[in-house]
Design a protein around this ligand. Structure first.
Ligand SMILES: Nc1ncnc2c1ncn2[C@@H]1O[C@H](COP(=O)(O)OP(=O)(O)OP(=O)(O)O)[C@@H](O)[C@H]1O
Length: 268
């Protein structure tokens, strides 16, 4: 039996499971949906690459499946809670090309307010890299870093090199196939990566010259200078900033606010 048939069988089974466990949503995690979307009373969420809110019954969440099923299910859980599709204590059923799963969301897993509306391909890719870096570190040591994406003219204006720019003169893009290893190597440098809207890496080792106090940025207590700088640059410019804390937590900032907070190291 081929893959397409497997998912059809799993979706049929999922409809039975939804009734049996009183699930409030059906989540289809698959890169291609040649199969018919099933007729079912609960909302359907399709996890795929592009963001496209097609109709009231079906929502599409842009998440790369390469994040791994555990991370995808965690982030989908947060999405369902924040969009009032399910409440804490309620259950959803998910289907991947080779698994059928049941998840009851018991506690806050992540904050994703606004993130999925922003998550274009470049941000999705950086989230994927940040998740890998959070889980693996560099040669087993925890790594922290900042990625600043978009509005590069202003970002460069409000930042300076603290070391010679290793990306100068190279046309490297975060969407390139073999780029992950290079980014992981340079993530150990102090400072930030500067990345264009199309994914071109313009610089690494860049200090962000923003004063969060003057910018009226308010973050939860306990977040240090890395996070304040990321929040600050996202307020001062139209860029989106992604931080990876040495503690493993990934945050995404837009306009000075946290629009995603997720710790891939946590067990939910
Ligand atoms: N303005 C800035 N621009 C770029 N990088 C910065 C800036 N401020 C701090 N950093 C980077 O953040 C690193 C960690 O700083 P600090 O420990 O104060 O931050 P933090 O927010 O507590 O981060 P973490 O959670 O990873 O410890 C610094 O070594 C430096 O590389």
């Amino acid at each position: 039996m081929d893959k397409g048939k497997h998912i059809k069988v799993l979706i049929t089974k999922a409809l039975e499971v939804i009734n049996e466990v009183n699930a409030k949503a059906l989540v289809l995690i698959t890169s291609s949906l040649e199969n018919e979307i099933p007729k079912v009373d609960v909302p359907i969420i399709v996890v795929g690459k592009d963001f496209d809110l097609s109709n009231d019954r079906i929502k599409k969440i842009p998440l790369p499946l390469s994040l791994g099923i555990k991370n995808v299910v965690n982030l989908v859980s947060a999405f369902l809670i924040e969009n009032n599709i399910i409440s804490y204590g309620e259950t959803f059923v998910y289907v991947t090309p080779n698994t059928l799963g049941i998840r009851t969301v018991k506690k806050e897993i992540a904050t994703t307010r606004g993130f999925f509306e922003e998550a274009q391909t470049v941000l999705q890719r950086l989230l994927e890299i940040a998740v890998e870096l959070s889980l693996e570190g560099r040669e087993g040591h925890p790594v922290g870093t900042i990625f600043v994406v978009g509005d590069t003219r202003n970002v460069l204006k409000y930042s300076h090199q603290i070391i010679p720019n290793p990306f100068k003169g190279h046309k490297l893009n975060v969407l390139d196939k073999n780029i992950k290893g290079i980014i992981k190597e340079f993530a150990m440098l102090d400072g930030a990566f500067i990345i264009s809207n199309t994914g071109r890496i313009l610089a690494a080792g860049r200090y962000l010259d923003v004063d969060p106090k003057k910018l009226d940025v308010h973050l939860p207590p306990g977040l240090g200078s890395r996070h304040l700088a990321a929040a600050g640059i996202s307020k001062k410019t139209k860029a989106t900033a992604i931080t990876l804390s040495e503690s493993g937590v990934i945050r995404v900032f837009k306009n000075g606010e946290i629009i995603l907070e997720y710790n891939p190291r946590m067990r939910y």
